[in-house]
Design a protein around this ligand. Structure first.
Ligand SMILES: Nc1ncnc2c1ncn2[C@@H]1O[C@H](COP(=O)(O)OP(=O)(O)OP(=O)(O)O)[C@@H](O)[C@H]1O
Ligand SMILES: [Zn+2]
Length: 417
């Protein structure tokens, strides 16, 4: 017979073995709860991801700014991503609209952007709008989203999206990029201003610079578009609580970023003020004095008879008729590629060079109607024809569609950029 002490010892050993098999005893839920002052990093990540997953974001424009914004938002698990763009992909878009590929040339930018997002995350819900947001459809579409990103390239769209976001009460993450510079602002958020608070009236049409004419280095919209995605994510997860500000980026200065504090919403703003008079969307092309996209924002200064098509100019030169061709692009572009026999007279210095132009005309023995002007796309060249006229050189014509049209219609080996 075992003694009581031996039996006790055997039972303790057995209990220890069984406890070891079970692992540590669960503590009561009540006892384990501890209040925390802050979430752990992992918890923050998880909760923020959850908030982002529950957020819907609309990106208007799938070009230079939209490309990185869409890629990052798609890759970061936003709940639903709307992509609006009426345009199709062109080869000369690819250097800055990095969401598109050669294979998507001539297809819808919105659809091409969706394919790129799905290549990263096939589960991301993407809704495409392969048409422009206009006064007719913008409110209805914007109401479906929590946050809107303005990645368009024209002043009419800026007012349209700002007004629509005020009316639908959505924050608007607005970006722009031109040449080596960019800007970024979050409008209509945390009692901050709307676009109209800062710009009650649009700038005169001839001061509105466009990417196509002024050019933009591909990386610049890349920087701003990426920051737009960041700002949208911060708004989505509740980390965008700073005072309203305006970020200015310049690729050429040190430091590259500067921030200006903005005043809050203007009490007398017609859109977001205390007594708004703007209660519906308006005709923005008329309001801004522009067409609603920079493709159709050609200045159309000249009548058709004051212009010449690329193929007509080609025929003129082939007949060896006397002519003087002025190329008004910046010298850096002229150095890269130019038409034979062209003379570089950059538009910025054009009026200072009138005497030189007159001298060349007399040397070559050409009359006013044998002077031709070319630029990249046919906007600055129209301006130059007007300046020639102002200085007494009548009958000059510019090449419709510029060197782009030359490449498309006359000489496919001429580089498009
Ligand atoms: N109202 C609008 N709704 C939706 N998309 C718009 C609207 N206005 C402009 N966009 C789009 O915004 C994008 C802006 O892209 P970006 O600034 O890179 O210029 P782009 O027009 O593609 O350049 P390029 O004229 O050289 O082809 C364009 O794809 C344009 O179609
Ligand atoms: Zn306002």
């Amino acid at each position: 017979m075992t003694s009581l002490a031996e039996e006790n010892a055997r039972l303790r050993k057995r209990i220890a073995e069984l406890e070891a098999q079970l692992g540590p005893a669960p503590q009561s839920a009540k006892g384990s709860f501890k209040k925390v002052d802050a979430l752990s990093k992992e918890e923050i990540l998880r909760f923020e991801q959850l908030k982002l997953r529950n957020t819907t974001i609309l990106v208007v424009g799938a070009g230079g700014l939209g490309a990185p914004a869409i890629l990052y938002l798609g890759a970061n698990g936003v709940g639903r991503l709307g992509i609006a763009d009426p345009d199709t992909v062109a080869v000369n878009n690819l250097h800055r609209q990095v969401i598109h590929t050669e294979a998507s040339t001539d297809t819808s930018k919105a659809e091409s952007a969706m394919r790129a997002v799905h290549a990263i995350d096939s589960t991301c819900e993407v809704v495409t709008y392969p048409f422009a947001l206009t006064s007719e459809n913008a409110l209805e579409i914007i109401r479906e989203y929590d946050i809107v990103i303005d990645a368009t390239d024209n002043i009419g769209a800026r007012y349209l999206l700002s007004d629509a976001c005020v009316l639908a009460n959505k924050p608007l993450v607005s970006g722009s990029a031109l040449r080596m510079d960019g800007q970024l602002t979050v409008y209509h958020h945390n009692n901050g201003p709307c676009y109209r608070c800062l710009h009650p009236v649009p700038p005169p049409i001839d001061t509105v610079s466009k990417c196509v004419e002024s050019g933009v280095l591909g990386v610049i919209p890349g920087v701003i578009g990426t920051l737009q995605a960041l700002e949208a994510i911060k708004v989505a997860v509740g980390l965008h609580n700073d005072d309203p500000s305006f970020l200015i980026f310049s690729g050429l200065t040190t430091p590259m970023f500067r921030t200006m504090k903005l005043r809050g919403r203007k009490k007398d703003c017609i859109a977001c003020g205390d007594n708004p008079s703007l209660t519906d969307l308006i005709d923005y092309a008329e309001f801004c004095g522009t067409a609603d996209s920079d493709k159709s924002q050609d200045l159309f200064l000249l009548a058709p008879h004051e212009r010449i098509k690329a193929c007509e100019y080609d025929a003129h030169v082939r007949q060896q008729k006397p002519s003087l061709l002025l190329d008004v692009r910046p010298p850096v572009q002229y150095d890269i590629c130019r038409l034979p026999e062209s003379h570089s007279v950059p538009i910025d210095e054009f009026e200072n060079k009138i005497m030189d132009i007159k001298k060349s005309m007399s040397e070559l023995d050409v009359a006013g109607d044998q002077v031709f002007v070319v630029c990249r796309l046919g906007n600055d060249s129209q301006l130059a024809v007007r300046l020639l006229e102002k200085h007494g050189i009548k009958g000059a014509r510019d090449l419709v569609g510029g060197l782009y049209s030359w490449s498309m219609n006359v000489d496919p080996s001429f580089p498009i950029y």
